[in-house]
Design a protein around this ligand. Structure first.
Ligand code: C2E
Ligand code: CA
Ligand code: CA
Ligand code: CA
Length: 279
């Protein structure tokens, strides 16, 4: 047709054509996924580097699509962001994580923190604070057991609005963590303006901190900076005992990664958490 014009030629390039088709398929499948109950959460343990004890988990979303199979978040979160679907998918993830971990706390009679990833679009919804409040109320999860993970990117733009959002969430008693720290923009003044509770060192630094002097230097600097501001540090993607040893020497507070556990099903988490409770 006339409207498509010249640019539509690109559609018929074999490689790109497949990509566009896949994206359309993904998008339409994603639109019905919530209604059809195709999402679930897995939970990756976080441990204290001081005591080795399980202290909390990060909730990570999975999509079991009848048409596409198991889809990892890296493959659908960007599309969900683009289409705005992330707002309802993210709300589902937050409410489900609160419900499941509140129940687990009751069953095991122990405390367990849960961290939930939030997208910028979700955070900028008008009723964002009310939504968190109602997720806490309806689940019965204590506010101080919930942590929300935000990316640096969000804090860089709209910093006035971000400041307000963060303060309102913290006023509820919920903790705020900065995800993938060190990978964003170099202007870090925001960490003095927002009273962040935790920094998560990106796994790209953690995975190289043993062999690469520069990564070790960045890791060392992030931990020192955070601690001087009384912010706790979580190292992500810890895979080897050597990495854990370096991080412990640097007084990093918490660690998360395949060395301790892969992301677990709720039942897998229940088994692990009840084992560590008995000890
Ligand atoms: P992230 O928040 O940085 O999550 C950490 C990712 O690293 C997870 O991948 C996790 O499975 C993986 N990982 C954990 N330990 C190790 C390790 O030792 N080695 C390696 N190589 N990888 C490790 P996953 O589950 O595929 O999640 C990818 C990203 O998707 C997350 O990155 C997060 O940005 C996003 N995401 C996941 N769930 C949600 C959600 O509910 N909402 C939103 N908005 N984003 C989500
Ligand atoms: Ca995260
Ligand atoms: Ca991360
Ligand atoms: Ca990441």
């Amino acid at each position: 047709s006339k409207a498509l014009g010249r640019n539509s030629l690109a559609v018929f390039t074999p490689g790109l054509g497949r990509e566009l088709m896949d994206k359309l398929k993904l998008e339409s499948a994603l639109r019905t996924a919530l209604d059809r109950d195709e999402f679930y959460l897995v939970y990756q343990p976080q441990v204290s580097l001081k005591t080795g004890q399980l202290t909390g988990v990060e909730a990570l979303i999975r999509w079991k699509s009848p048409a596409l199979g198991l889809v990892m978040p890296g493959d659908f979160i960007p599309v969900a962001e683009e289409t705005g679907l992330i707002v309802s998918i993210g709300e589902w993830a937050l409410r489900t994580a609160c419900d499941q971990i509140a129940q687990l706390q009751l069953d095991l009679r122990r405390r367990l923190n849960v961290a939930v990833n939030l997208s910028p679009r979700q955070v900028h919804q008008k009723d964002f604070q009310t939504m968190i409040e109602s997720a806490l109320l309806e689940s019965g999860l204590p506010a101080n057991s919930l942590e929300v993970e935000l990316t640096e990117h969000l804090l860089m733009r709209d910093s006035e609005e971000s400041l307000e959002i963060i303060e309102r969430v913290q006023a509820l008693g919920v903790k705020v963590a900065i995800d993938d720290f060190g990978t964003g923009f170099s202007n870090m003044s925001y960490i003095t303006r927002f009273r962040i509770d935790r920094l998560k060192i990106d796994q790209s630094f953690v995975s190289r901190c043993v062999d690469d002097q520069n990564s070790l230097a960045v890791t060392t600097a992030i931990i020192a900076l955070a601690h001087s501001l009384r912010i706790d540090v979580v190292a992500e993607g810890v895979e080897t005992p050597a990495q854990a040893a370096v991080l412990r020497d640097l007084r990093c507070d918490f660690a998360q990664g395949y060395l301790y556990a892969r992301p677990l099903s709720l039942e897998g988490l229940r088994a692990m958490a009840s084992e560590t409770t008995k000890q």
